[in-house]
Design a protein around this ligand. Structure first.
Ligand code: KG4
Length: 364
């Protein structure tokens, strides 16, 4: 089956084409024929403006589709498109693109459509064995398989819009165990970065400065809180952390007066506070639910410090960590094509005209 995946839930426009066969536990395998991503530039605004981002998607998606069509003019068997969660104007850009494709003439006209939950896309992406030799983006067309793993699977989803711990006792069944009560982990990185005078998106900038601080043995004298770490539940809260950084910056004369040393020390402390909370809660959930496997996905899982800390912590409790290469942790069309494939196998098609963007779509 050839699946065209379309992603536009935040600021990355993604289009991918895969060829997949088999089923979960029954010789599933796939090839990446194309995986094209256009990332928007929102640094000048310090964040994403949904309607600006939507216009960018409407410009980018047809260009990406043209690239795919030129290389693979044959009709895909299925069109998979993200329907939520995310920014609704952005989601609509992908949905209307899918609707036009499905209703139009060749090459995609008449192909059935599947609506995909973005978070399920991240989870399924991390289940795939995308080790270096498979280089999804290089289009080498190797057969890729799923990792071998055991249930229950715990998923730690950490992105700009979501922070959730999700349990799966079987493939594609989800129970949300905990989530953020205010800001998402990525949002915390972005807001703290802005407070420190760093550009958007802040995660990679904080990560770079924190790395530098560690290599120079620079530690912050201000200790930041680890919100909700010791509460007996699996929820998160990051807004207090952001406020604590703001107070520390104010005490030092504001972001323009912050020296490079203090900035890097605070970046390190903030990254370590976020990592402590994410990893502490993940370990609690592993223990409470006897998870054999932990999957992580979403933009924040591209963070090298968090990846390393998570790998070390899970090795100690004998749980297997599944994580995709950093380039596939952020949003892309490949993850949507993959999730779409399994829904298409179950014949979960939607009338294209009935597709609706749902900004707060739940994992079910
Ligand atoms: O999953 P994603 O690409 O988009 C959605 O939010 O759906 O995640 C984007 C988020 C941003 O908040 C960004 O700052 C964060 O992921 N991020 C990182 C890193 N790379 C991206 N956060 C920490 N460290 C990174 N290396």
């Amino acid at each position: 089956m050839r699946i065209l995946g379309i992603e536009s839930s935040a600021d990355d426009s993604g289009v991918a084409l895969i060829e997949a066969s088999g089923d979960f536990g029954k010789d599933f395998r796939f090839k990446v024929l194309m995986n094209e991503v256009a990332s928007q530039q929102h640094a000048a605004y310090g964040g994403i403006y949904p309607n600006v981002a939507k216009q960018e998607h409407l410009k980018n998606l047809p260009l990406l589709l043209d690239t795919v069509r030129k290389a693979h003019p044959e009709r895909p068997d299925v069109i998979a498109v993200t329907v939520g969660p995310g920014l609704e104007p952005c989601l609509w850009a992908g949905i209307t693109t899918a609707q036009k494709l499905a209703a139009g003439g060749p090459p995609a006209g008449g192909a059935p459509v599947v609506g995909v939950n973005h978070l399920e896309g991240h989870i399924i992406m991390s289940l795939m064995d995308m080790s270096e030799k498979h280089e999804a983006r290089s289009g080498k067309r190797e057969q890729i398989r799923m990792h071998a793993f055991e249930f229950p699977v715990l998923s730690l989803l950490i992105s700009g819009g979501n922070t959730k711990l999700v349990l799966s006792r079987e493939f594609m069944r989800y129970e949300v165990l905990g989530e953020t009560r205010d800001d998402a982990a990525g949002e915390a990185f972005d807001k703290i970065a802005r407070t420190l005078g760093l550009p958007y998106p802040g995660g990679p900038h904080i990560s770079r400065l924190a790395e530098e601080a560690r290599s120079k043995k620079q530690e912050s004298r201000t200790k930041l809180p680890r919100p909700m770490l010791h509460e007996g539940n699996l929820d998160f809260s990051f807004s207090g952390l952001k406020t604590a950084v703001l107070r520390a910056v104010e005490r030092n004369g504001g972001k323009d007066a912050l020296g490079d040393t203090l900035r890097m020390q605070l970046a390190r402390e903030a990254e370590e506070a976020i990592a402590d909370v994410l990893i502490g809660k993940t370990l609690r959930a592993v223990e409470e639910y006897g998870a054999q496997t932990v999957v992580t996905g979403g933009g924040v899982s591209a963070n090298s410090f968090i990846r390393k800390r998570l790998a070390d912590a899970l090795a100690e409790v004998d749980a297997k960590l599944l994580i995709c290469p950093p380039g596939l942790s952020t949003d892309n069309g490949l993850m949507i094509a993959l999730a779409g494939y399994f829904h298409a196998l179950n014949k979960e098609f939607t009338d294209p005209a009935a597709l609706v963007a749902n900004g707060s779509l739940k994992l079910a």
